[in-house]
Design a protein around this ligand. Sequence first.
Ligand SMILES: Nc1ncnc2c1ncn2[C@@H]1O[C@H](COP(=O)(O)OP(=O)(O)O)[C@@H](O)[C@H]1O
Ligand SMILES: CC(=O)N[C@@H](CCC(=O)OP(=O)(O)O)C(=O)O
Length: 256
Amino acid sequence: MDEIAVIKCGGSIIDNLSDRFFDNIKQLQQNGIQPIVVHGGGPAIQDMLGKLDIPFSFIDGLRTTSAEAMDVVEMVLAGHVNNAITRKMNTAGVQAAGFSGSDANLMTGAPKDLPTYGYVGDVSGINVPFLLQILDQGIVPVIAPIAAGKNGDRYNINADSAAGAIAQAINAEKLIFVTDVPGIITEEGLLPSATEAEIEELIAKRVIHGGMIPKVKAALACLNEDLPTVMIADANQAINQAGFTGTAIKRSEEAV
Ligand SMILES: Nc1ncnc2c1ncn2[C@@H]1O[C@H](COP(=O)(O)OP(=O)(O)O)[C@@H](O)[C@H]1O
Ligand SMILES: CC(=O)N[C@@H](CCC(=O)OP(=O)(O)O)C(=O)O
């Protein structure tokens, strides 16, 4: 079976994706790797909530999501952003199909802590057979991070966590968070790799802050024997045979 690469495309870069991003997807396919794209859309959600005057706050990098805000999150992610990326991929010559994570119970979830976060969810399951059927047809699934809950509820899932859960469930060989920076940057420049201990220290020193925190936490949470490294990388770089360049997150120095 072909290798699978989950690529999480951050909301920070969605409006500025260059031809390189789409060429990279094609390059992976030519290298015998089946891509799955999971996207964010934080800035677009922010804009729309602002326009509609719907309040929210962030707790530990997660957007508190009232029932009213959840309607907007779903509309923006599964409607606007998902359609836009999927269309751009097809225009660029990559056969892609967009899904809300709640379609076909592709991603199921449960509330993280309803009184504190509202409709923010944790992923509880992934419909792997459905995803494999899409991949078997040579189609790139493009997934919005909305999870189906019980009784028709739906949950807002942080896109980094959604990508990690999908990569783990489908036993992906690669997980790459592509974003608007080339990786984790410190005073010394771009870190080629970072272990859990190094990341904890950088968070404590506030070198890693803001949106980078949920990203590194999601990366650490999904590392295992089958997925020993997760990359954080610039979405618009030109990849080569070795794949994406950026910061490789590992549990420890020994991991490859
Ligand atoms: N040490 C760091 N190195 C690089 N970027 C960092 C760091 N700490 C915080 N950031 C911020 O994290 C941002 C990426 O996170 P975020 O905006 O949530 O991206 P995305 O929408 O792609 O998930 C960067 O644009 C940068 O402002
Ligand atoms: C619970 C939570 O915070 N969900 C995120 C979902 C989108 C996302 O994660 O987008 P980025 O990748 O652009 O950050 C949100 O509401 O912004």
